[in-house]
Design a binder for this molecule. Structure first.
Ligand SMILES: C[S@@+](CC[C@H](N)C(=O)[O-])C[C@H]1O[C@@H](n2cnc3c(N)ncnc32)[C@H](O)[C@@H]1O
Length: 275
């Protein structure tokens, strides 16, 4: 896609959820976001994406965007004047779009933040490279810093793709069934239960009998038990938050099967309808 190009409707029209991405690598966008659900929605104008080449705002004929750090040390730092000019040209604070610098020092991206962003008019994302942005431009523009986890990427672009993918699928009309969104990991505060599909017997491994029982209430209870057990086992941090948010009704949080490990295991010897 051409640098600075808009995908979807006019990114500044304000009619659809809009992402403006400031980057040194505009060719990385839409990238994977041009495919599948997000890409179809982009083509249909359900959301819009514009990439802005920060290098277009360099002030010298070499198109320099970085310089060595004051105080010494390895690496280069992105110049505040260049980044700020790119923002002046592309980010109107009156648009209501959240201004986010993808940064390993930021608040870690999670589903509540994704939901929050999806509910607004859009985002302006600044992708760092090298050692990152000069602190003054972060401060002057009061950027929110968002991390995609405790890893160091070579640039903010993959983090921006992650954030945009997570938001796009929540936008109206992008994902088919609303209930499939509602049950997913994190939406309920729990990790999701295991899934099974055909064949019912695969290499001698059968599916939990309850799932072929036709008893909707038993299926729902089994899934809830599995989700709780999985969350307890793998994400004690999420489990603790879940327990806290349900502390008025502690009886609903008794460990499934007395706390025994059940995740991904069949609660009883498997029988299939083919037996
Ligand atoms: C090599 S990193 C800079 C790392 C920085 N010197 C540090 O130690 O925190 C270059 C850029 O990648 C992006 N980045 C790296 N890791 C990230 C993460 N976990 N989440 C979001 N962005 C990240 C940021 O935009 C950052 O400015």
């Amino acid at each position: 896609m051409a640098e600075g190009a808009t995908v979807g409707v006019d990114a500044d029209a304000g009619t659809v959820w809009t992402a403006v991405v400031l980057t040194l690598f505009p060719a990385m966008f839409p990238g994977p976001l041009g495919l599948s659900l997000a890409g179809k929605a982009l083509a249909e104008g359900r959301w819009a994406l514009r990439s802005v080449d920060i290098r277009d705002f360099a002030r010298d004929r070499h198109r320099t965007v970085d310089d060595s750090p004051f105080g010494g040390g390895a690496g280069m730092v992105m110049r505040p004047d260049v980044v700020s000019d790119a923002l002046e040209a592309s980010h109107d604070p009156a648009s209501g779009r959240r201004l986010i610098y993808l940064s390993p020092r930021g608040r870690v991206l999670d589903q509540p933040l994704v939901r929050d962003l999806a509910a607004g008019p859009g985002v302006t994302l600044v992708c760092g490279r090298y050692e990152g942005l000069d602190q003054r431009v972060i401060d002057a523009w009061a950027m929110d810093e968002v991390s995609v986890g405790d890893v160091i990427l070579s640039g903010g672009e993959p983090a921006a793709l992650v954030l945009l993918d997570a938001v796009a699928r929540l936008l109206p009309g992008v994902t088919g069934k609303a209930e499939s969104l509602a049950e997913e990991s994190f939406e309920t505060g729990l990790l999701e239960y295991p899934h099974y599909t055909r064949p019912q017997d695969w290499n001698g491994m059968t599916v939990p009998e309850v799932l072929v029982s036709g008893h909707h209430a038993r299926v729902a209870q089994w899934r809830r038990d599995q989700a709780e057990a999985l969350t307890r086992e793998r994400r004690p941090d999420l489990w603790a938050r879940h327990v806290q948010s349900h502390c008025e009704a502690p009886e609903s949080l008794d460990p499934p099967n007395g706390g025994a490990k059940t995740v991904g295991q069949h609660p009883e010897p498997m029988k299939t309808n083919q037996d």
